[in-house]
Design a protein around this ligand. Structure first.
Ligand SMILES: Cc1ncc(COP(=O)(O)O)c(C=O)c1O
Length: 482
């Protein structure tokens, strides 16, 4: 029989719970304290994990320590360590420890944050956090929304609300058109599909030489669609694209949306939090004019997965699109100023994502978070300087919001050979396990890409990855040894 059983049911005595909790705390703290000594990534094939991990459920239970050993030895080693100082790919998540504990408490109390009366304390924390975000982005009083599982869900929620606000009849909805740039995150396209916008009605607008949506192309696409009998309803601008950190011309798009009476949504999933810094606030000027904004606290606000956010200038638009009142929930209908977050989005049962944000921000203070974001911005600029100074490399997109794109470009290689060379460099650097970097394509060119958001990262880590990439180029560009 498993240890610590109090009665013949699922409840444990408090000594057993404390012991188990301490074991978990020790495990996580050991992991975080030794992150730098661990590889940045480690993976096994499905075949290998199958034999190492799979098996039938235990019929009679197991010893907790044995289970912990199993997880520590067989499961946890095989993952990419997002909070690692050498995790420089994609858009990483490096949570603070208080944020991790916030999630633990949300699970421990198991708050049901879908309706007000069932968790009014935690729900007030969510409203408080949403109001911080509103102020940080310069959105007007009254702006609010909800925390979501991630940025994709936030954008989906916005697209559904915008579609509802367009008040399309079933017949007309086949004519609704949505506009976003060719550099927008794929979640925009998917949100449109899920929301029932015909796939052919998602317009991909061309970008300029800095990967920003071209306002003239947007204007023309809208005019062409109106002339052809379509109903434009939504523009999704990007403020910090995933590829390069580009920010679309927010003021120009806001003016156009106002003139055309279109909903303006801005995907500021990670870069939105850079509004806390002076540099970021300047680059994001105009963001506050959006009708709605996607943010991802699990990216650059240093909280663990999962945590996205949708802010809406008029939260009633969310309620109009999503609220439904079945008779079995009459007892918990929102009254007076109460907010039922279930009325603002797709989820009824939802945990309190707000606690981890609140705990982390209050513990460190906004100035410390601001500094951590600013350091991430500067590290990418430092990486850009290193590669720009090396004649064998070329910057494909300068550092923006902690993202920099570049490629090796030794003389005398044609385009396909350059792509192949950089692909091999990427693979070589990743194969060591010491770093995780990721690639992308910019105007058809294979690009290496660094994202320098992880709060533990220092300039010395940038030096190390620079040396690893230069060494990979040296090996890959040398003629094979026979
Ligand atoms: C700009 C941008 N928008 C949206 C998303 C999707 O967010 P999530 O993965 O939290 O759903 C990402 C993810 O990297 C992103 O970079």
């Amino acid at each position: 029989m498993p240890d610590g059983i109090l009665r013949s049911n699922l409840e444990l005595d408090d000594a057993a719970m404390r012991r188990m909790g301490h074991r978990v705390a020790d495990l996580v703290v050991d992991h975080l304290a030794s992150l730098r000594d661990e590889p940045a990534q480690q993976s096994l094939s499905r075949h290998d994990t199958e034999s190492l991990i799979s098996g039938p459920a235990s019929e009679d239970g197991c010893d907790f320590d044995d289970l912990m050993s199993f997880l520590r030895e067989r499961v946890f080693p095989y993952h990419a360590r997002e909070p690692h100082p050498h995790f420089m790919g994609y858009i990483p998540s490096s949570p603070t420890f208080p944020a991790v504990l916030g999630d633990w408490m949300a699970a421990g109390y198991n708050f049901f944050a879908g309706v007000w009366t069932v968790a009014s304390g935690p729900n007030q924390i969510e409203l408080t956090v949403l109001d911080w975000f509103r102020a940080w982005l310069g959105m007007p009083q009254g702006t609010s929304g909800l925390l979501t599982s991630g940025g994709s869900t936030a954008t989906l929620t916005a697209v559904v609300a915008a579609r509802h606000a367009a008040d399309a009849s079933a017949e007309k909805s086949a004519r609704l058109t949505l506009y976003t740039s060719e550099q927008a995150h794929s979640s925009v396209q998917r949100a449109a599909w899920i929301a029932g916008i015909p796939r052919g009605n998602v317009r991909s607008i061309a970008t300029d030489d800095r990967y920003r949506m071209r306002e003239d192309a947007l204007r023309r696409a809208i005019a062409d669609d109106r002339a052809a009998g379509f109903t434009p309803f939504l523009v999704v601008a990007s403020a910090g694209t995933t590829n390069t950190g580009a920010v679309d011309p927010l003021h120009a798009i806001a003016d156009l949306c106002a003139a055309e009476q279109l909903w303006m949504h801005v995907d500021a999933a990670y870069a939105g939090f850079a509004a806390l810094t002076r540099q970021g606030a300047t680059a994001l000027d105009g963001l506050g004019r959006a009708d709605s904004v996607t943010l991802d606290p699990h990216k650059w606000l240093f909280v663990p997965f999962e945590c996205g956010c949708l802010l809406a200038r008029d939260p009633r638009t969310l309620e109009e699109a999503f609220s439904v009142h079945p008779e079995y929930l009459t007892d918990v209908r929102a009254r007076d100023q109460d907010v039922n977050f279930a009325d603002y989005g797709e989820q009824l049962t939802r945990s309190s994502h707000a606690l981890k944000i609140w705990l982390s921000v209050q513990y460190f203070g906004v100035s410390e978070i601001r500094e951590a974001i600013a350091r991430g911005i500067h590290r990418a600029e430092y990486a850009e300087r290193l590669f720009a100074a090396n004649h064998d490399f070329e910057i494909l997109s300068p550092a923006q919001f902690g993202v920099v794109c570049f490629r090796a470009r030794p003389a005398d290689l044609d385009a396909p050979a350059l792509d192949a060379l950089n692909d091999r460099i990427n693979a070589r650097v990743n194969a060591t396990g010491r770093f995780l970097i990721s690639s992308t394509k910019l105007r058809g060119r294979f690009s290496l890409r660094l994202c320098t958001h992880v709060h533990r990262m220092t300039d010395a880590d940038i030096d190390e990855v620079y040396e690893a990439i230069v060494e990979a180029l040296r090996v890959e560009a040398s003629p094979p040894n026979h």
